[in-house]
Write a protein that binds this ligand. Structure first.
Ligand SMILES: NC(=O)c1ccc[n+]([C@@H]2O[C@H](COP(=O)([O-])OP(=O)(O)OC[C@H]3O[C@@H](n4cnc5c(N)ncnc54)[C@H](OP(=O)(O)O)[C@@H]3O)[C@@H](O)[C@H]2O)c1
Length: 303
């Protein structure tokens, strides 16, 4: 939980009583909870002190240990919980509708990190209509959302060009994408890689560079989407997706994506890359890492 607003030094583990699961609810013993930039953003700026302490964490994976009335889940079910609140926890009581069966082939950290990034990536690809034989430019291709977007765009038959620092280029190649280094000269480098043009541009980093290059390459602004630039995005007329002001939350698309994400991850078509795991007590270290902006894939907390 965040006991105050500001930096990761405000994070604390606190004891709270877990309620019995009511109708339609289950009690999940958490095995892993994924870290997302949104967790940090929720307490970075000053807010209403009445909201403190602020529970953190939007997704987890674990085992059902108790069920309330009117549920079809069973004790012992291995599940992914998304989307929820307060997932940085040993125990969660959640609505059964938040559960997806955990694919047996995923370990706990991978399972915990599948849904938020996967659902966001799906939303971006559906909203821009990215598909077969199209060229898709992904800015920030090796972050949590980036690695999902690259793979899911590839599964839809697109040719993917992904921006990343050089140390991550081999990873992008392994996933079937064409890597390109971000920074000065990006526009020319992408043009050289895609002389036939770019059909869709997805901004996962929120920099002016990502926006400028997207606008220069894609004429149809409905085929540019951002999940990270809510300042310029509205002025430029591109699609704003997710939780930002004026953005399309895509709730139905994201909810519907869960079953397909579990299927793809379960049969090995979709990989969840976990850069590091941390004990729950060291959540502040995980937040310091995510704040660097240079995490590859997911960070995960183990209660
Ligand atoms: N609106 C929504 O629904 C929604 C949902 C999820 C996430 N988000 C937002 O989307 C953003 C990405 O989320 P995430 O979970 O993927 O974050 P993340 O995992 O922390 O992303 C880190 C990645 O960003 C890359 N990166 C850093 N600077 C870059 C630059 N200038 N150009 C290109 N890539 C750069 C890094 O690549 P290198 O390590 O190679 O430098 C790293 O792989 C965050 O702002 C997050 O809050 C929004």
């Amino acid at each position: 939980m965040a006991a105050g607003f500001g930096g990761p030094e405000n994070l604390q583990v606190q004891e709270v009583t877990v309620a019995e699961p009511g109708p339609g609810h289950v009690h999940v013993s958490v095995r892993a909870a994924a870290v997302n930039p949104a967790d940090v953003k929720s307490y970075r700026s000053d807010g209403d002190p009445a909201r403190l302490p602020l529970p953190l964490g939007l997704e987890a994976a674990g085992v059902v240990v108790a069920v309330g009335p009117e549920t079809s889940a069973s004790v012992g079910d291995e599940v992914i919980v998304f989307r929820t609140g307060g997932a940085y926890a040993t125990d969660l009581v959640v609505e059964e509708s938040r559960l997806t069966r955990k694919p047996a082939s995923l370990d706990w950290p991978e399972a915990s990190g599948l849904m938020l990034t996967g659902a966001t990536a799906t939303h971006m690809l559906v909203a821009t209509g990215a598909g077969d034989d199209e060229t898709v430019l992904v800015h920030g291709a090796t972050g949590g959302v980036g690695l999902m977007t690259v793979q899911l765009a590839g599964l839809r038959g697109a040719r993917v060009i992904g921006t990343a620092s050089e140390r991550n280029h081999d990873l992008l190649r392994e996933l079937g994408a064409v890597p390109v280094t971000y920074g000065d000269g990006l526009l020319e480098r992408v043009r050289a890689l895609a002389p036939e043009g770019v059909d869709v541009a997805l901004d996962l980093v929120g920099t002016d560079e990502a926006m400028d290059v997207s606008l220069a390459l894609v004429a149809d602004r409905s085929r540019i989407a951002t999940i990270a630039n809510f300042e310029r995005g509205p002025r430029e007329g591109v699609q704003l997706l997710g939780g930002g002001p004026g953005a399309d939350p895509g709730t139905e698309i994201r909810d519907a994506a869960r079953a397909e994400l579990a299927r793809l991850a379960g049969d090995g078509s979709l990989r969840v890359t976990v850069e590091a795991t941390y004990p729950l007590d060291d959540a502040a270290d995980a937040h310091r890492q995510i704040l660097t902006g240079h995490t590859t894939g997911k960070l995960v907390l183990l209660p």
